[in-house]
Design a protein around this ligand. Structure first.
Ligand code: AMP
Length: 114
C-alpha cells in the first residue's frame, strides 16, 4: 500500500511544521488551517483510521488524546478552550488515511459541526 502523506512526513520525505514529537506520535501544523490554531496529532504507527483501531491500540489512543491536550496547553488554549476532532470514513470527510486528531482553537467554533 502507498505511504500516506503523514507517513511520508514521519519518514522526513515531506516537509512539515513539526510542533512536537515523541516515540509514539507527532504534532504538526495543518497545511490548510481552519482556525488560528489547527494542528494534527498522529501516531507513528500507520493506522488508517479510528474505525480500524483495535484493543491493542488502547494505550496509543490514550496517548494521542493526552498529547493533543498538552499541545493545546503549550500553545495557550487551556483557558479559552479547544476542540479535538477525528474524522473516520467518507461521510466524516476523511481525506488522509492515517489516523489523526485535529486540534482546533483560538476562535469560537460552531456547533453542530458542518
Ligand atoms: P482529514 O480530512 O480529517 O483526513 O484531515 C486531513 C488534514 O490533513 C486536512 O486538514 C489537511 O489540510 C491536512 N493536510 C494534508 N496534507 C498536509 C500536509 N502535507 N501537511 C500538513 N497538513 C496536511
Amino acid at each position: 500500500m502507498a505511504k500516506s502523506i503523514f507517513q511520508r512526513i514521519i519518514d522526513r520525505e515531506l516537509p512539515a511544521k513539526i510542533a512536537y514529537e515523541d516515540d509514539l506520535c507527532l504534532a504538526i501544523h495543518d497545511i490548510n488551517p481552519q482556525a488560528p490554531v489547527h494542528m494534527l496529532i498522529f501516531p507513528r504507527k500507520p493506522l488508517a483510521r479510528i474505525a480500524d483501531a483495535g484493543k491493542d491500540d488502547q494505550a496509543l489512543l490514550g496517548h494521542l488524546l493526552l498529547t493533543a491536550a498538552r499541545v493545546a496547553q503549550a500553545v495557550g488554549l487551556d483557558e479559552s478552550g479547544f476542540r479535538l476532532v477525528i474524522n473516520s470514513g467518507r461521510d466524516a470527510g476523511e481525506s488522509v488515511p492515517h489516523l489523526h486528531v485535529h486540534l482546533l482553537g483560538q476562535r469560537r467554533l460552531g456547533w453542530p459541526p458542518g
